[in-house]
Design a protein around this ligand. Structure first.
Ligand code: SF4
Ligand code: SF4
Length: 260
């Protein structure tokens, strides 16, 4: 009998505790519904979205040197890299760089393997496609999305002799020169003078993180003082310069493999 009373007491207590939690969540917790796709949710800084290619915003050249280390590092072999050797500079030039996002694990290994800071895990997460074949993201798309994660190489970048700006390669995938221009029309053209600061077009700008401000103090009765906030400092990115590869073939795909 004592056992039954004890059981009934514990059951009743857990029932009331559960109802209490439900009531608190329902009444006191603000709604966190995001009306996607009209609204987009904000993601944390460590979020891993699509691996994207970065561009040096001063020269307009992409940072990738076609070294192939990311291809080696990818555990599911979804990166396709095709390149040829530039006859003047003897350096590798990428003809195709594509990632099959239908099989990418978002593991970050390719970013860690890249010695030239050419890749970044973007914060874009809208990957839905009707046709799975469209999940193969080509170089032009990866570069375009990667613009907002790109910055100016430091110290002043050297002009690469004989190198072509990325929009030339984008002809392979249908991009236009205008896609890769900044507001002043410079990005993707001839290297600019040291000190020039590119301003990306609005669609390529990284969204600012909104930090909650503390509540404003109540107005003073007699006189109020005005505080001036310090200016922000832009981020830095290390330079890149690939080694020449005299042994490269005219057209190469790493180990002759394709992602899919
Ligand atoms: S994130 Fe991982 S799976 Fe995706 S391309 Fe990079 S290495 Fe491959
Ligand atoms: S490791 Fe970096 S530089 Fe090398 S091919 Fe991959 S993205 Fe390009």
């Amino acid at each position: 009998m004592t056992n039954m009373i004890g059981e009934a007491w514990r059951a009743g207590k857990s029932f009331v505790t559960g109802l209490n939690i439900t009531f608190k969540e329902m009444v006191f917790r603000p709604a966190i519904t995001v009306f996607y796709p009209d609204e987009l949710d904000t993601v944390p800084a460590w979020f891993r979205g699509i691996p994207l290619l970065k561009t040096d915003l001063l020269t307009g050249e992409y940072n990738c040197t076609s070294c192939g280390l990311c291809v080696e590092a990818c555990p599911v072999n979804v990166i396709t890299l095709e390149w040829h050797q530039d006859p003047i500079t003897k350096k590798k030039v990428a003809d195709r760089y594509a990632i099959d996002m239908s099989r990418c694990m978002l593991c970050n290994y390719c970013i860690e393997a890249c010695p030239f800071d050419a890749l970044v895990m973007g914060m874009d997460y809208e990957l839905c496609k009707v046709d799975p074949e469209n999940m193969v993201y080509e170089m032009e798309y990866l570069l375009r999305l990667g613009l907002k994660y790109s910055s100016v190489a430091q110290p002043g970048p050297k002009a690469k002799k004989g190198a072509l700006p990325p929009w030339v390669f984008h002809e392979l995938t249908g991009a236009t020169e205008e896609d890769i221009q900044d507001e002043a029309g410079f990005l993707g053209r001839a290297p600019q003078a040291k000190g020039y600061t590119p301003v990306l077009k609005a669609q390529y700008r990284k969204e600012e993180t909104v930090v909650d401000q503390p509540p404003a103090p109540a107005p003073a009765k007699v006189e109020a003082k005005v505080a001036v906030a310090p200016a922000a400092t832009p981020g830095m990115v290390p330079p890149d310069q690939p080694p020449a590869n005299p042994g490269g073939t005219e057209s190469g795909n790493k180990d002759g493999e394709e992602a899919e």
